[in-house]
Design a binder for this molecule. Structure first.
Ligand code: SF4
Length: 327
């Protein structure tokens, strides 16, 4: 499978200012030196607690945020260096699906207008051709053409997310960044939307970056999964491997915290991840997970572990797996 996106040593720091002169007094390290690739046609899941930097990563890829350092290559173009005009062209190929479709759909516009808008922005087709594309797309996402005359508030949450997906597909993008696309929906609707995303991926040869905090949702759709913690990537591998044989203590803890559906069975989530996630403005020295890690060693408090390929295709940042630590 060839590479569609390559991210290298990406950083996004937000300055913190303070004092009478409003001087810079620190940084919030939202994304702190991460590297990964997205292969053509795959779904790469990105998971982590809130504040882990996964949404910021998605926004950096789309150039909705400017990177502090590092590079993002999309089809051999360096995204961080594109001009405003080139960024506009990039958005035709890269689209975003939001968590809350209601907030992202203009309440005063009909669905028809909402779906036509990306085509107008990117100067695609005549009026007649655009209407035809809109009619086709509403059916592709499982709604009917009579829905086109309605307004967003007249739909259920699941239907609104279908409209959000249809809008993202209008420009025939190559990459879709889906940021918590089902977390606002009921569980039964979640799987319908996930199945729709899978079907569309096959039909339109799409590549997804699927961002979510819920590991069981990510498992249903991802080929590979990256785990983020406090702005860093701690593990990345095939979905199957990650769920069956996680290597990083944080991934292990997250997996054992996945709620068990049977209410009779007590959730194991308690006590698995002790304490709060530290502030990204003052991340722990050494391994950023060391303040919550049950396997923490002395070196973990001083030296940040490198993100390394420990087994073919399995990347981990943890001193437990470094050769010299095993002797
Ligand atoms: Fe735990 Fe140390 Fe590994 Fe960090 S490097 S996850 S503190 S064992």
């Amino acid at each position: 499978m060839s590479t569609l996106v390559e991210v290298k040593n990406l950083k996004k720091y937000f300055p913190i200012t303070g004092g009478v002169l409003d001087r810079k007094i620190g940084d919030i390290k939202a994304v702190d030196n991460i590297s990964f690739t997205i292969r053509k046609g795959e779904t790469l899941g990105l998971v982590g607690e809130s504040g882990s930097g996964k949404s910021t990563t998605g926004r950096l890829l789309l150039r909705l945020l400017e990177a502090t350092d590092g590079s993002i290559t999309f089809e051999e173009k360096e995204v961080t260096k594109l001009s405003t005009k080139e960024v506009k062209a990039l958005r035709e190929d890269m689209q975003l699906i939001f968590q809350d479709p209601f907030a992202s759909l203009n309440p005063r516009h009909t669905v028809e207008k909402i779906l036509e808008e990306p085509l107008i922005v990117h100067k695609k087709g005549t009026k007649e051709e655009r209407k035809k594309m809109v009619r086709k797309m509403i059916e592709v996402v499982g709604l009917d053409s009579y829905h086109l005359k309605r307004y967003p508030h007249q739909f259920s949450g699941g239907q609104r997310q279908r409209i959000g997906i249809a809008r993202a597909l209008m420009t025939q993008p190559k990459l879709i960044i889906a940021d918590e696309p089902v977390s606002a929906l009921d569980v039964s609707i979640q799987s319908q939307v996930l199945n729709l995303l899978k079907d569309l991926q096959e039909e339109f040869k799409l590549t997804y970056l699927f961002i979510a905090h819920d590991l069981s949702v990510v498992r249903q759709i991802s080929d590979r999964v990256g785990v983020m913690y406090l702005g860093t990537l701690v593990e990345l591998t095939d979905a199957e491997k990650l769920y069956e044989k996680p290597l990083h203590p944080y991934t292990e803890a997250l997996l054992s915290a996945v709620p068990i559906p049977d209410p009779e069975v007590k959730s194991q989530s308690e006590d698995v991840l002790g304490g709060e996630i530290p502030s990204p403005s003052n991340p722990p020295k050494g391994c950023v997970f060391h303040t919550r890690c049950k396997a923490c060693m002395e070196i973990c408090k001083k030296v940040r572990p490198e993100f390394k390929e420990m087994e073919p295709g399995h990347y981990v940042a943890c001193h437990l797996y470094e050769e010299d630590m095993q002797h």
